[in-house]
Design a protein around this ligand. Structure first.
Ligand code: 6CN
Length: 227
């Protein structure tokens, strides 16, 4: 069973280099009304090392994702994932372009959720990445990953690619606000979570901003899909 539930929510990206700020934000999001998870990316990891994963886990009770965008040979990739799970990560994000052997190696650790990137949000993703997105979505289904990443910046792609996977796989979609997508753009097209970084951690009151975004997303989903 997956550690992240398949219900609409927000994943807050803690792309902050200040460890105290990151810990405070994790505590605030833990108390916020709504369905949330936290994501630690490379900028914070490079400041705090693997212990930042344990520290964030200690101060919050919501699912924690290590976003190392792991993309190495099977042996090295599974070492990175193992360190993250042992430190307290409930899920890891890896690239799928490295191939099914790497994905299988991490799934076989059986230590937590495996989330694969199927299409990225930035403009350059159409140059190479997008040519293989369909194949990578099909691989996610065949290999049995827990979640995939699809771009909120291209809602039509979320709609198309989400149809290639099963109901048991959750979809997380970054790109909200700072990268141009509107809150709800991905969720009304088949995603489960929208990933939000700068729009929350750069705001005056991050917890209130997160709660307002959550409400906005849920309301949009309700109005659009009769949810
Ligand atoms: O909301 P922001 O644009 O500030 O942050 C988006 C977050 C970042 O942590 C970025 O690493 O989502 C992540 N992300 C991922 C895949 C992708 O294609 N585009 C992204 O922006 C992931 N995971």
């Amino acid at each position: 069973m997956s550690k992240l539930s398949k219900k609409p929510g927000i994943i807050v990206a803690l792309d902050i280099k200040n460890i105290d700020f990151a810990l405070n934000l994790a505590k605030e999001i833990d108390k916020a009304k709504g369905n949330y998870a936290l994501k630690i990316g490379r900028p914070l990891e490079m400041q705090g090392g693997k212990s930042i994963i344990s520290k964030i886990k200690e101060v919050s009770n919501i699912p924690l994702i290590y976003d190392g965008k792991i993309a190495d040979i099977p042996f090295i990739s599974s070492e990175i994932a193992e360190i993250a799970y042992e430190a307290g990560a409930d899920a890891v994000i890896m690239h799928s372009f490295v191939g099914s052997d790497v994905i299988k190696e991490i799934i076989n650790l059986n230590m937590g959720d495996v989330i694969t990137v199927v299409e990225m949000t930035h403009p350059g993703a159409v140059e190479y990445y997008q040519h293989y997105s369909e194949k990578m979505a099909e691989a996610a289904l065949k290999l049995g990953v827990n979640g995939i990443v699809l771009p909120a910046t291209r809602p039509e792609r979320v709609k198309k690619l989400s149809k290639l996977i099963s109901d048991s796989i959750y979809i997380i979609s970054p790109g909200i606000k700072a990268q141009g997508a509107k809150p709800g753009d991905a969720i009304i097209n088949g995603a489960d979570y929208e990933v939000v970084g700068r729009a929350i951690y750069e705001s005056e009151e991050p917890r209130k901003t997160a709660e307002a975004l959550y409400q906005e997303i849920i309301e949009r989903k309700r109005l659009t899909l009769n949810f």
